[in-house]
Design a protein around this ligand. Structure first.
Ligand SMILES: Nc1ncnc2c1ncn2[C@@H]1O[C@H](COP(=O)(O)OP(=O)(O)OP(=O)(O)O)[C@@H](O)[C@H]1O
Length: 499
């Protein structure tokens, strides 16, 4: 009976629904009014004053003992702590905060705006959805005597979930937006050994290299292929995930000095808007150190190892430099790092090796799948010359072009040397004549050298004994000459080709 009575008193489903709808409508109305009121407050009361009032109210409301503090260290197990970096960037946008008494102001060349950062021990009060949080930058010496920086983020303990679950993500997202808005490409290189605070740590400066793919004189088809490859790479986030491959790509640039390998890297960074990490292997002494440095690199970046043929011959370094408990840097350590741990951390990574002598590289480096693209930077071609003439002299055609193009087919000249000749005068004709003179003198040298070799070879055939004697006595000289004059071998043996 009792049950029946209670059931009959229950409201019908329609009543519940209509009450719910009215409640929701009421809530939306209240929310609308609140938003409206908040925007009026925003218009009437200046931001600084709002912060001051909220700070005062917050102080009344927050009892110090009810506070929680999150510590955000600069480094996390030797790797960069992204949360620290994001906090640094985010707080730069909060430097108008009235609670701040000391600020650090700087401006780097080519940077659009001033960089204003907080000084250590200064406190910044921030509000997020009416929650008050306090930031403080602190530093202290770590066990190795190095300065270690960290942020302290304090707030009322009742907001712990909200701060960790929402606010920190908001800081990460906001910092990314701020970086994108003020993006200037960075060149990271290693600090100098000997300076305790700088050694083995990435330091960055703005990347000032003016090279772009438009200014780069190289085979048009290769350039097109590279650009298509880069476009495909950046678009393929989902593809890499689907096929289970780390989102990274390796390029090997090879060719004689002065053919534009460094310029190519700068052009690539400019095209992708990726920062560069210049990894000087000769200043790294152990596989562990290399791993630590690679792990400290960030997404959307290029790690560059120049002259890899010189860097990986590190066999006698153990005796000359500090002991490293058998953890000496080795080629296999480098390859393991690239293929293994590093490649599986982070996204959108590019690694570039350069060499002047591809044939000197360890076959392990050239193995298919290791470097995805091998790019040959060649001597200047007639087509490359036209691009340089257009860039340096602002001319698309000239009666002297034909003669230059014929000469270029016979002698090897680097784009760097052509650029140098084209810069010698403001007058296009004078510069082109200078280039012709240079090419002609190179051709004369080449012919003379060829004639000498032919003469020697002929002497050897007609008088083999004399030839043998000469060979024993001046063997080195002869060998060198032969190599120097063969056009295809110039890359291998003649380092200073233009001199
Ligand atoms: N392909 C090119 N297109 C346009 N300019 C070039 C090219 N190659 C060289 N240069 C010019 O020559 C200068 C030196 O070239 P760069 O340092 O890029 O050559 P590299 O191949 O990296 O030389 P190295 O092997 O000695 O490091 C560049 O700053 C640029 O002015």
């Amino acid at each position: 009976m009792v049950t029946m009575f209670s059931l009959s008193k229950l409201p019908s489903a329609t009543t519940i629904l209509s009450t719910y709808s009215s409640l929701m409508a009421f809530m939306m109305l209240v929310r609308g009014i609140m938003n409206e009121a908040w925007s009026v407050v925003n218009q009437i009361i200046p931001q600084d004053l709002q912060t001051k009032i909220l700070t005062k109210l917050g102080c009344l409301y927050c009892h110090p003992t009810s506070e929680v503090t999150l510590i955000i260290h600069e480094q996390n197990c030797h790797a960069t702590n992204e949360m620290f970096e994001a906090s640094e960037v985010y707080l730069r946008s909060k430097t108008t905060n009235p609670s701040l008494e000391k600020l650090i102001v700087s401006k780097q060349p080519r940077e659009k705006n001033l960089t204003i950062t907080i000084e250590k021990d200064q406190e910044i009060v921030d509000f997020f959805e009416c929650i008050q949080v306090k930031w403080k930058l602190t530093n202290k010496k770590n066990d190795s005597g190095r300065d270690s920086k960290f942020f302290e983020l304090s707030f009322h303990k009742q907001y712990k979930e909200k701060v960790i679950g929402t606010y920190l993500h908001y800081v990460l997202k906001r910092s990314k937006d701020i970086i994108e808005e003020n993006r200037t490409l960075k060149l990271h290189s290693l600090g100098i050994y000997g300076d305790r605070d700088e050694s083995g740590v990435w330091r960055s400066i703005n990347l000032e290299h003016p090279a772009t793919f438009d200014t780069l004189a190289m085979d048009t088809n290769i350039k097109k292929e590279v650009l298509e490859d880069l476009d495909r790479f950046v678009k393929r986030k989902e593809f890499y995930k689907k096929v289970g491959k780390p989102w990274k790509r390796g390029y090997l640039l090879y060719g004689p000095p002065g053919t534009g390998k460094s310029s190519f890297i700068a052009a690539m960074a400019d095209y992708l808007k990726f920062n560069i990490y210049d990894l000087e292997l000769t200043s790294i002494y152990s596989n562990t150190e290399l791993r630590r440095l690679l792990l400290a690199t960030k997404n959307r970046s290029m790690v560059v190892i120049e002259d890899i043929d010189c860097s990986v011959e590190l066999k006698d370094r153990r005796s000359r430099h500090r002991a490293n408990n058998g953890d000496q840097l080795t080629l296999s350590g480098l390859l393991n790092c690239i293929d293994g741990l590093w490649s599986s951390c982070g996204d959108e990574r590019i690694i570039i090796f350069t060499t002047n002598y591809k044939d000197r590289l360890d076959p392990a480096l050239l193995r298919p799948g290791r470097m995805d693209m091998h790019i040959h930077m060649s001597y200047c071609t007639p087509c490359g010359f036209k691009l340089l003439a257009s860039n340096y002299l602002q001319i698309q055609n000239h009666p002297l072009f034909e003669e230059i193009e014929v000469l270029m087919k016979n002698v090897n000249v680097t784009p760097a040397k052509v650029a140098e000749e084209l810069m010698k005068s403001d007058d296009a004709e004078t510069s082109l004549e200078g280039l012709i003179n240079f090419l002609q003198s190179k051709e004369t040298d080449r012919k003379k050298s060829n004639a000498e070799v032919e003469e020697e070879e002929e002497r050897e055939t007609t008088n083999p004994k004399e030839g043998e004697g000469q060979k024993a006595g001046k063997g080195n000289k002869r060998t060198k000459k032969t190599k120097m004059t063969r056009k295809t071998n110039v890359i291998k043996y003649c380092i200073n080709c233009d001199d």
